[in-house]
Design a protein around this ligand. Structure first.
Ligand SMILES: Cc1cc2nc3c(=O)[nH]c(=O)nc-3n(C[C@H](O)[C@H](O)[C@H](O)COP(=O)(O)OP(=O)(O)OC[C@H]3O[C@@H](n4cnc5c(N)ncnc54)[C@H](O)[C@@H]3O)c2cc1C
Length: 383
């Protein structure tokens, strides 16, 4: 007998939003099952701070899963490079928006998404690791680490993950960078301003984050892996001094730093899964460098597109596969290329490249349309 159940492997933000949208677009909630390998507490404890675009906020809000109480708005983005001229400003007024985006903690976002799942009546099984699939003609066998096999019409791969823990995909690049993340405070806070400063060792992002203290900042400091190891064990004063001398004086001295975490960075993307009835979205499809905060924003757009197509073409898996591939091709390629190019161009120590990128930032600032193209890609991706 043909099953009509749809299984989503991974109840992170991308998998969970997919489940919510499927139900919202008309699929019976009882036919959707989310499986996740980890427990709810460890997802909620993930302290990563994420910059989400205005389009992502609207999508999450439409799914009843926007953690408004825990989101700090971004009104302005200041992009510059260390030791060179040129900078560009992206401001909410230029786009007629109340905010360019928001900063939220991963754990709070997942909690809001899971509360919405509960309200929608969608089941989540914890401690359930998907290990492989078995083709069964007009359905799939989804095999779990426990040995159990579930019958499913579709499997959505939303297992996500971090670059260093994933099997290499067909598009793969190690940037030789590690990100240190932490919450910091500074002497001259500028509420609502996000800072992206490029250095030859990697970009430093300081995002507005009022969670711990008004005027607080979420730091993502990309640097050489050896420096990341050393900096994560420095005492607080030495760490803050080194951050100040690397970032510059725009925010004055840095005053405090919370617990520090590190993440190895790289690009790991796979071309579409050739198997019918299986789809990969979010980090399971493409894990990106965090420059310009694009990874989850792209994954949420994957989720929207896939949910729309699955509801429209549930009984036509080949049509659904072809339409999904076509729908996501340009946005994925543009976002992968942008996040792949930026850290490499700004890491180059060649003098002509340094001069050009300074001129590039100045050009972006002077020429409205060029800045708008960059801003639109960061805020909305390609549709
Ligand atoms: C330092 C850093 C900063 C970042 N900043 C930003 C930012 O500012 N903006 C932005 O948009 N993105 C950012 N990102 C990227 C963002 O974190 C990811 O794109 C996002 O978390 C991907 O969501 P996901 O749901 O695809 O995967 P995940 O968040 O990894 O969730 C996957 C889920 O699947 C589960 N799972 C794994 N394997 C299995 C299995 N076999 N079976 C069942 N379940 C499984 C896991 O337990 C997990 O719950 C950043 C990333 C890093 C490292």
């Amino acid at each position: 007998m043909t099953t009509s159940r749809l299984v989503i492997a991974g109840a992170g933000p991308v998998g969970t939003l997919t489940g919510l949208l499927l139900a919202q677009f008309g699929l019976d909630a009882g036919r959707i099952l989310l499986l996740d390998a980890r427990d709810a507490q460890s997802a909620a404890a993930d302290a990563r701070l994420l910059a989400l675009s205005e389009a992502s906020r609207a999508l999450l809000e439409s799914a009843g899963a926007w953690p408004a109480h825990a989101a700090t708005p971004i009104h302005k983005i200041h992009v510059s490079q260390r030791g060179a001229w040129g900078r560009t400003l992206i401001q909410k007024e230029d786009y007629g928006l109340a905010a360019l985006g928001h900063v939220v903690r991963y754990g709070e976002l997942v909690e809001a998404l899971h509360a919405a799942l509960g309200r929608a009546g969608i089941s989540v099984e914890r401690g359930a690791r998907v290990v492989r699939t078995e083709p069964r003609g007009d359905s799939l066998g989804v095999v779990l680490a426990s040995g159990e096999t579930l019958d499913a019409a579709y499997l959505v791969h939303a297992e996500g993950g971090l670059y260093e823990l994933q099997d290499p995909g067909s598009i793969h690049r190690d940037y030789g960078q590690t990100a240190i993340t932490a919450q910091v405070t500074c002497a001259l806070p500028q509420p609502g301003v996000a800072w992206e400063r490029f250095t030859t060792d990697g970009p430093i992002a300081l995002l507005p984050c009022d969670l711990e203290a008004p005027g607080g900042l979420a730091l993502v400091w990309c640097c050489k892996p050896t420096d990341a190891v050393r900096r994560s064990t420095l005492d607080e004063a030495a760490f803050l001094d080194e951050l100040h001398s690397t970032f510059g004086d725009r925010l004055g001295a840095f005053l405090s730093v919370g617990p520090r975490s590190t993440y190895a960075l790289g690009l790991n993307a796979r071309r579409d899964i050739a198997r019918v009835r299986e789809f990969a979205i979010g980090n399971a499809a493409q894990t990106l460098h965090p420059v310009a905060g694009q990874g989850l924003n792209l994954g949420l757009r994957d989720a929207y597109s896939l949910a729309t197509l699955l509801v429209e073409h549930f009984d036509a898996p080949l049509t659904c596969q072809a339409k999904f591939k076509a729908a996501r091709r340009i946005d994925r390629a543009a976002t992968v290329n942008m996040t792949d190019l930026l850290p490499r161009v700004f890491a180059s120590r060649l003098a002509p490249v340094a001069a050009l990128r300074g001129a590039g930032l100045a050009f972006l600032d002077l020429v409205g349309p060029a800045r708008h193209v960059l801003a639109r890609q960061m805020m909305e991706g390609q549709r």
